[in-house]
Design a protein around this ligand. Structure first.
Ligand code: IDP
Ligand code: MG
Length: 143
């Protein structure tokens, strides 16, 4: 997901491009401003953290771009492409390492496990079908 700061800063294309160029398949995409209840459910594991309220305010402060990406090892790889939570500790070449300076404005979210990926897809996309399609380039990405 591109967070509200990423959308406001015009980084949507840059972030989507990195996942496309890597070779993952886009299966779902939508832009909307999340409701508080959705943000709280999404980040429920962090509800006891002191920054939880600020985090929910941040995520609900404007439109986000929610996406579903598919591919072998996509969750682990996406975490690497995104970089460390604190952008000052994220390696150059990662999204956060290249494009952000503060944990509270780290421009992008990525699921931390395949199970959470499924949970978050259901939460953010609900019964909206995510598209099943075969990229024509598939044989040029995987043998
Ligand atoms: P992640 O986004 O790298 O998976 P998490 O620990 O799951 O990191 O935290 C979720 C989000 O909560 C972070 O991306 C960041 O926006 C916010 N966050 C995490 N730790 C802090 C903090 O110490 N201060 C402010 N915001 C934080
Ligand atoms: Mg996380």
């Amino acid at each position: 997901m591109v967070k509200p700061d990423g959308v406001q800063r015009g980084l949507v294309g840059e972030i989507i491009g990195r996942f496309e160029r890597k070779g993952f398949t886009l299966r779902g995409l939508k832009l909307f401003t999340p409701k508080k209840q959705l943000a709280e459910e999404h980040y429920k594991d962090l509800s006891q953290k002191p920054f939880f309220k600020d985090l929910v305010d941040y995520i609900t402060s404007g439109p986000v771009v929610a996406m579903v990406w598919e591919g072998n090892g996509v969750v682990k790889s996406a975490r690497k492409l995104i970089g460390a939570t604190n952008p000052l500790e994220a390696e150059p070449g990662t999204i956060r390492g290249d494009l952000a300076v503060q944990t509270g404005r780290n421009v992008v979210h990525g699921s931390d496990s395949p199970e959470n990926g499924e949970r978050e897809t259901a939460l953010w996309f609900g019964s909206d079908a995510v598209e099943q399609w075969q990229p024509a380039l598939a044989p040029w990405l995987r043998e």
